[in-house]
Design a binder for this molecule. Structure first.
Ligand SMILES: Cc1cc2nc3c(=O)[nH]c(=O)nc-3n(C[C@H](O)[C@H](O)[C@H](O)COP(=O)(O)O)c2cc1C
Length: 333
């Protein structure tokens, strides 16, 4: 059998390599290459997959948890929610119809989603633009380009006045934006003083990571993303837009659903060539959470700040090969 590209390195996945004459199970396995391109805190990739016949299960891999930054696995679950939404997007690319059940088994809290394929469209219907948007999305870490965002993106962002929870809540007011950015920088400075936080973060972020298939590669001496992505100097211009991800409650189901909302927004932005910087608002950062709640119209708990812009120089994070994230069908967890 000819070895298809993308099967050992999800970063190289190409829609042209889709094995359209293979069984549904083999095709679903191919699509996992797209799902693992989801964002995750420190690029921990805390997910596992089981693909059997017409079904894909997505499980939490809690051995990849971050006990200091994320003691309740909230970020871990949001990351897995993003991965579920990306699996759904990959199914859309290739014309599948499916149903998703979140947390289908109360006796197994690590089983986060079961996606079952219900039908497929014509071979000709591949959504190549969506495939490109998935592959070209990445987190902005080295600052934004000093260029206005595309008008279509700005129009859709600026018209978003949703004030429900479980959404990405746009921040429209310049003063509010400045205050949130200033508070974000001071929260990060405080966290940097905490040796436990620093050591956990450094164990996933250092130069050697450039050869690893997880974590974040950082060149020594580069300024940290906080100083370049969260300064208030671009506030009020058309080069960036700020929003806050909100959850209805602090429960795994709400976190999953928020992760899915986040992923959909990131993919929509990526269609316009727009990416985002992200920063977690930990539960202990009460002050920042209070400021964000006061200054936005969403009535939920704010868990993540998302700042959209055009990426300057991209930092490409790697992904583990599928063999590392696939559960054997007979292996029970
Ligand atoms: C729930 C969640 C929280 C995140 N928090 C941060 C953060 O606090 N700071 C940061 O620089 N990136 C954060 N990120 C982005 C990840 O670092 C990024 O997704 C990961 O390194 C993979 O890189 P990629 O998104 O470019 O594929 C977060 C992502 C998620 C899903």
């Amino acid at each position: 059998m000819i070895k298809k590209r993308g099967l050992d390195n999800p970063r190289e996945v190409r829609f042209q390599d889709y094995p359209d004459d293979a069984t549904i199970e083999s095709r679903l396995k191919f699509l996992v290459n797209y799902a693992v391109l989801a964002p995750s805190t420190h690029n921990t990739q805390p997910w596992l997959f089981r693909v059997l016949n017409h079904t894909v299960e997505i499980h939490a891999d809690r051995s990849r948890a971050l006990p200091v930054l994320d003691p309740e696995d909230r970020c871990l679950t949001i990351s897995c929610g993003s991965c579920i939404a990306l699996m759904e997007s990959a199914l859309s690319v290739f014309g599948f119809k499916w149903t998703t059940t979140l947390m289908p088994d109360f006796s197994n809290p690590d089983l986060l989603a079961r996606i079952t394929v219900r039908g497929e469209a014509d071979k000709a219907d591949v959504d190549t633009e969506l495939a490109r948007a998935i592959v070209s999305r990445s987190t902005i870490r080295r600052g934004f380009m000093n260029l206005p965002l595309p008008k279509a993106f700005l129009d859709s962002f600026d018209s978003d006045r949703d004030n429900s929870a479980d959404t990405l809540c746009a921040i429209h007011d310049e003063e509010a934006e400045r205050l949130i950015l200033q508070q974000t920088c001071s929260m990060e400075e405080d966290m940097e003083q905490d040796i436990h936080f620093r050591r956990e973060s450094e164990s996933w972020t250092h130069p050697i990571r450039s050869r690893s298939r997880d974590g974040i590669p950082e060149k020594p001496g580069m300024s940290t993303p906080i100083t370049v992505c969260w300064s208030d100097q671009d506030a009020g211009t058309d080069t960036t837009r700020l929003s806050a991800l909100c959850v209805v409650s602090n429960t795994p189901l709400a976190w999953l659903s928020a992760g899915m909302t986040l992923m959909q927004a990131l993919i929509e932005a990526s269609r316009f060539g727009v990416n985002a910087a992200m920063i977690n608002i930990p539960s202990e950062a009460k002050h920042l959470a209070d400021v964000v709640s006061r200054l936005t119209s969403c009535n939920g708990i704010h868990v993540l700040l998302v700042r959209f812009g055009r990426p300057g120089r991209k930092v490409i994070t790697q992904r583990r090969p599928l063999v590392d994230v696939m559960l054997h069908p007979g292996f029970s967890r």
